[in-house]
Design a protein around this ligand. Structure first.
Ligand code: SF4
Length: 377
């Protein structure tokens, strides 16, 4: 299949692995973070880490939408659905993320709250149109990839004069989180990242330009990559070569989809409907200034936070869960003592085990039975 088969060619992968091995200098380490959960999934699925030399280490980043959403935001959504006469709609993975008091949106639904799984915000909009006597709230999460669709729905709701539709907006932004991670190597519990594999889908929307300041400020290279195995191998090679030359530029491996300017129509749409929050809490990363959107006053009647007076309260993850450290790149899923025992995709204790983009779910699905190298006969 065009644009797939040629990016999964095993013979080419071996050639790239050889080039990476030759380029990687034996006297140094290369700690490379793949920011995006889609990349984490692909690295686990295709065994890419096994093709890299021992001194090239892939570190998982925070780019999984449900993983970075803090417990307090899920608690907000559960309380809203349980206490108000409304229908709360959201994406499937969000329903399964553990919240406080051993609850999740799925468990709140089982207890009687009207919570529905939707494939897109358009489904929630349609529900509001079909049931004008019932309030419908869309629990919006995700990075710049899903934000334009939420903006479009809010504009459509205004055009349709829908009085019973609103959005609980929790959309977050990639560049501030990337800057936070790159700027924090001296903080206990974090690791120094040498270079970043930049997200592909997000970059289709925002373009490669927003990373230029990040790369310059923190003197770290960023290579935007596609999601096929050869995309990732090529991106690793480009990062290793930049690091060898002490360069810190933004390069684009994913030229078939990403431009420097990105999708300007989508950017205009986001700018029309949303504005930056002063600060937003991310799971594992804490409060990050200007890292998330809220709905502009112009569209305030579609803002569920204003309509229902939602007040954010911090809440802790399960005490055994290491998601926070994993999202900072400080630990790997196997460092969690309940990985694969107390916490599995069927019974997740933490957010990183819920979505296929979560680091723990990816490791569980594709690496859990692999023997340590010294045991392989
Ligand atoms: S295995 Fe489960 S409990 Fe442990 S860090 Fe991952 S999601 Fe959290």
């Amino acid at each position: 299949m065009k644009h797939i088969d040629e990016y999964r060619d095993g013979a080419v992968a071996l050639v790239l692995a050889e080039k990476i091995a030759r380029a990687a200098r034996a006297e140094r380490q290369y700690k490379l973070m793949e920011f995006c959960g889609g990349h984490t999934h692909a690295i686990s699925r295709y065994g890419i880490a096994d093709l890299l030399p021992a001194n090239v280490d892939m570190i998982h980043g925070p780019g999984c939408p449900v993983c970075v959403l803090p417990v307090g935001r899920i608690d907000n959504a559960i309380e809203l659905a349980a206490q108000q006469p409304l229908t709360l709609c959201t994406y499937a993975d969000t329903l399964r993320v553990p919240a406080s008091k051993r609850l999740s949106l799925m468990q709140a639904k089982a207890r009687g709250a009207d919570i529905r799984m939707v494939y897109s915000v358009a489904d929630a909009l349609k529900m509001a149109q079909e049931h004008p006597a019932r309030e419908t709230v869309f629990f919006a999460i995700g990075f710049e990839t899903t934000t334009p669709a939420t903006a479009l729905a809010i504009r459509a709701a205004e055009r349709l004069q829908l009085a019973n539709f609103s959005v609980f907006c929790n959309h977050v932004l990639t560049p501030p989180a990337m800057a936070e991670i790159l700027g924090a190597p001296q903080v206990p519990g974090t690791v120094g990242i040498d270079g970043v594999v930049g997200p592909g889908h997000v970059s289709c929307v925002i373009g490669s330009r927003p990373y230029e300041q990040v790369a310059e400020d923190y003197r770290r290279p960023v290579v935007i990559a596609g999601f096929e195995p050869l995309d990732l191998m090529q991106a690793v090679l480009m990062l290793v070569r930049q690091l060898n030359l002490n360069r810190h530029e933004v390069e684009n491996e994913y030229t078939r989809a990403v431009t420097r300017e990105g999708n300007t129509k989508a950017q205009e749409l986001m700018a029309e409907v949303f504005e930056l929050r002063d600060s937003f809490e991310w799971r594992g990363l804490g409060e990050i200034a200007r890292s998330a959107y809220r709905i502009k006053p112009k569209y305030r009647r579609f803002d569920a936070e204003r309509r229902y007076g939602i007040a954010y309260r911090q809440a802790a993850d399960h005490k055994a869960c290491e998601c926070g450290a994993i999202l900072r790149g400080a630990k790997k899923p196997r460092d969690c003592r309940v990985f694969g025992s107390g916490c599995t995709p069927e019974n997740p204790l933490g957010a990183c085990m819920v979505s296929s983009e979560g680091a723990c779910a990816a490791h569980y699905s594709y690496g859990r039975f692999r023997l340590p190298t010294e045991c392989v006969v």
